[in-house]
Design a protein around this ligand. Sequence first.
Ligand code: COA
Length: 176
Amino acid sequence: MNFLSNARRPDHGADDQQPLEAVIRPVTEADLADIERLDRAVFGSACYPAFVVRQLFDVHGHHMLALDTPTGLRGYVLLATARGWDTGWILSLGVEEPWRQKGYGRRLLSQCLRDLADRDLREIRLSVEEGNDAAVQLYRSLGFVPIGTRADYLGPGEDRLIMALPVAGAAGAAGR
Ligand SMILES: CC(C)(COP(=O)(O)OP(=O)(O)OC[C@H]1O[C@@H](n2cnc3c(N)ncnc32)[C@H](O)[C@@H]1OP(=O)(O)O)[C@@H](O)C(=O)NCCC(=O)NCCS
C-alpha cells in the first residue's frame, strides 16, 4: 500500500471555533493544554510532561496534527525528523475513547505521512509494544514492517518493536 496515493489531504486549516464534525487539522499553540490532557488520557503514566509537550511543539509543531471534534481534541499525531533529516520518527499517535475504531487513527497517520510528500525522507520509523495489536495492525496496513525488537528500549523492561516504512519517492536518492 502506498500511503502517498491513499492518504487524504487536510480537511481544512486550524479554526478558532469548535467544528460541527470531527476534522483533522494542524496543532496550534493554543491547543497545547488540550494536547497535554489528551496525551495523559491516552498514555496514562507514560504521557509526556507539559514541558515536553511544549518543547516538542516548538521544535516539531509543523508535523503535529490533531483530531478536533465537537467535544474537543480527541486524537493527535506527532512526527519528528532525525539523522540528517532523512529519517522521520512517529513520536506519538493516540485517539481517545470513544473515538477509536472509527478510522481516525488511520486518518491522522495517513495525513501526517502525506504531508511529508515534498520532503526528501528515506524512511519513517516508530517504536511500538509488540502486544499492541491495534497499533501494529494499523502500522502494517500502511506499509510499515518490523525491523527488529530492542530490549529495554524505553527503559528497563520496556522492550519495543521497531517498525519502518521505506519512502518510495526517496529510494532514488539513496545514492546521493
Ligand atoms: C492505535 C490507535 C491510535 C488506533 O486508532 P483508531 O482510531 O482506533 O484506529 P482506526 O479506527 O483508524 O483503525 C485503523 C486500523 O487499526 C487497526 N485496529 C484499530 N483498532 C484495533 C483493534 N482494537 N484491534 C485490532 N486492530 C485494530 C485495524 O487494522 C484498523 O483498520 P481496519 O479498520 O481497516 O480494520 C488507538 O487504538 C490508540 O490511541 N491506542 C492507544 C495509544 C497507542 O497505543 N498508540 C500507539 C503507540 S505506538
